[in-house]
Design a protein around this ligand. Structure first.
Ligand code: SAH
Length: 228
C-alpha cells in the first residue's frame, strides 16, 4: 500500500517513520510512505502556498492551485482516494481505518494556517478526516496518525496477526489490563489468575476486565461532555 503525503513540512515524516513497526514494513516493501513538498507545485518566485482569506478575518488560507496540482501529479502513481486532514471532518475511528486499509493507497493533504481553500475538496472529490475534536497547528501529525493506524492493518506489517485480533476495538471486548515480568514490583503484584495457567479462566477474566474498563471510560467520557 502506498501513502503519499502533500505537506509544506516533508521533513517531519522522515524521523517518525524511521522507527519501529512502520519502519520495518517500509524496509520490507509492504508499504511505501512518501512526503512531497507542496512548494514544488508553486509557480511564483516566493513559492507562496497561502494567501489572505476572502471576506476578511485573521490568518491565511492555503491556495487551491498548488494543492490540486500536487495531487494531480501523484494520481499517476497512486490510485487511492484523496484525503484532506481537517478538524471538522469525519471522525477517524477503527471502522474507518479498516475501510481505508482496503484501498490501494491514500493521497493525504496536510493543511496549515486557517485551513485549505474549499474548492480543493470538490475539485479532488476528497474526503475530509479529523483525528478528534481539537485543533492542531497542522495536518502533519493527524496524517501520521492516519498512516500509522491504517498501515498496521496492511497484511505483513504487524508481524503477529494475533496481536491485531486482540487490539482494542478489533472485537467488542478487548483492551484488558496487560502485565509482564516481574510478577511483583515494589509490592505491586500481577493478578493471580494470570499466573494460574488456566486458559479458560484467563480468557473469562480478560473479557470481564475489558468490559469493566470500557464501561468506566464511557462513564468518564459522558460526565466530561455533560459538564458546562
Ligand atoms: N481555523 C481552523 C483550524 C485550522 S488548523 C478551523 O477552526 O477549522 C490547520 C490545519 O491543521 C488544518 O487545515 C488541518 O489540516 C490540521 N488539523 C488541525 N486539527 C486537526 C484535527 N483535529 N484533525 C485533522 N487535521 C487537523
Amino acid at each position: 500500500m502506498r501513502f503519499d503525503v502533500v505537506t509544506i513540512f516533508p521533513g517531519m515524516f522522515a524521523t517518525v517513520f524511521q522507527q519501529g513497526v512502520i519502519a520495518r514494513a517500509i524496509q520490507r516493501g509492504d508499504i511505501q510512505v512518501q512526503a512531497h513538498d507542496l512548494r514544488a507545485h508553486t509557480h511564483d518566485r516566493h513559492r507562496q502556498v497561502d494567501d489572505m482569506p476572502f471576506g476578511g478575518g485573521p490568518g491565511m488560507v492555503m491556495k487551491p492551485e498548488p494543492v490540486i496540482e500536487a495531487v494531480e501529479a501523484l494520481r499517476a502513481t497512486n490510485r487511492g482516494p484523496v484525503i484532506l486532514m481537517e478538524p471538522w471532518g469525519e471522525r477517524l475511528d477503527q471502522e474507518l481505518v479498516a475501510h481505508l486499509a482496503t484501498q490501494p493507497g491514500l493521497i493525504i493533504v496536510c493543511g496549515r494556517y486557517e485551513g485549505i481553500d474549499d474548492r480543493v475538496r470538490a475539485a479532488l472529490q476528497a474526503r475530509e478526516i479529523s483525528i478528534g475534536d481539537y485543533v492542531l497547528s497542522g495536518g502533519e501529525i493527524p496524517a501520521m496518525v492516519l498512516i500509522d493506524s491504517v498501515a498496521r492493518l496492511v497484511p505483513g506489517v504487524v508481524g503477529d496477526p494475533g496481536s491485531l485480533a486482540q487490539d482494542s476495538f478489533a472485537d467488542e471486548l478487548t483492551g484488558w489490563p496487560q502485565y509482564t515480568r516481574p510478577a511483583e514490583y515494589r509490592g505491586m503484584t500481577v493478578p493471580e489468575v494470570l499466573l494460574s495457567g488456566d486458559h479458560a479462566r484467563i480468557k473469562q477474566w480478560r473479557r470481564q476486565q475489558a468490559a469493566q474498563r470500557r464501561d468506566s471510560s464511557k462513564l468518564r467520557h459522558t460526565k466530561e461532555v455533560k459538564q458546562p
